[in-house]
Design a protein around this ligand. Structure first.
Ligand SMILES: C[S@@+](CC[C@H](N)C(=O)[O-])C[C@H]1O[C@@H](n2cnc3c(N)ncnc32)[C@H](O)[C@@H]1O
Length: 251
């Protein structure tokens, strides 16, 4: 037991980290909600409250939905449908089970897919992504942002939380750097890789990338409670094509 009596053991986490990203999450799925990797409700509640003033949305997408924590937050804000996309069938199956009692009436859909090749075009008014930017390699971030622009309708919102880079004297900075070094070594020694790195898609870089790829970006200090105080809420609005979205062909 590591985090919670019903959570994964250190051994189970090690086995998962030695699998591919997809297989690792398939293995972790039954215990995922008892780990700190699930986005906490304290964070999602603040985001949900902030989104109320922009709601209702017709349709919402939770990218890398995992066990559906953010789908639960999105459902009461959406009228027509809420889709969860994830690469792990195991995580989607847990999401489907635990969301059976989720408040709201919008139909829920679960789609197995890759965040870098999403099977939608201009289909959503809001897209969210929580706890998953570490699974997108830095060199894939622009392709990811272009995918998000493609799946949103003009005026649609991409909503997430991230933070600035911690200072070099902050112990979490060195813990995360250390974790990244171990993961680089693991992926160098063993294939397929487990893609998970900290300190990615941070501010201000993530905002600049979104601005360069068809979004107007608002960064809010939404006053997340400790220990989430460094987090900022980002609401990126997809510009209409005429206002600077790159052409859809060739994405
Ligand atoms: C740490 S979990 C976060 C789950 C959920 N969003 C939350 O906040 O609780 C990350 C999720 O991203 C999924 N994932 C990782 N890489 C992915 C990819 N390339 N495309 C789609 N899903 C991916 C994993 O299967 C996992 O369910």
């Amino acid at each position: 037991m590591m985090f919670h009596p019903q959570g994964p053991t250190l051994w189970e986490l090690a086995v998962q980290a030695l699998s591919s990203t997809e297989r690792g999450y398939d293995l972790l799925a039954p215990k995922f909600d008892y780990t700190p990797f699930r986005t906490p409700d304290e964070v999602l509640d603040v985001v949900g409250t902030a989104l109320e003033s922009l709601a209702p949305f017709a349709s919402g997408l939770d990218i890398c939905c995992g066990t559906g924590a953010a789908m639960r937050m999105l459902r009461p804000l959406c009228r027509e449908r809420v889709v969860g996309l994830d690469v792990s069938a195991g995580m989607l199956s847990v999401a489907q089970r635990v969301l059976a009692d989720a408040p709201g009436t919008a139909p829920l859909e679960f789609v197995r897919g890759d965040a870098l090749a999403m099977p939608f075009d201009a289909a959503f008014d809001v897209a969210v992504c929580f706890g998953a930017f570490g699974h997108i390699l830095v060199q894939d971030e622009e392709a990811f942002v272009r995918q998000v622009a493609r799946v949103l309708r003009p005026g649609g919102r991409f909503v997430f939380v991230t933070s600035p880079m911690p200072s070099w004297w902050d112990p979490t900075y060195w813990m995360r750097r250390g974790f990244n070094a171990v993961m680089h070594m693991r992926n160098w020694l063993r294939s397929p890789p487990f893609i998970m790195f900290y300190l990615t898609f941070l501010l201000p870089g993530a905002g600049a990338l979104l601005e360069a790829n068809g979004f107007d970006v608002e960064v809010r200090d939404a006053k997340f409670a400790w220990p989430f105080t460094p987090l900022r809420l980002v609401i990126a609005t997809r510009r209409p094509a005429a206002l600077g979205l790159p052409a859809a062909t060739g994405w």
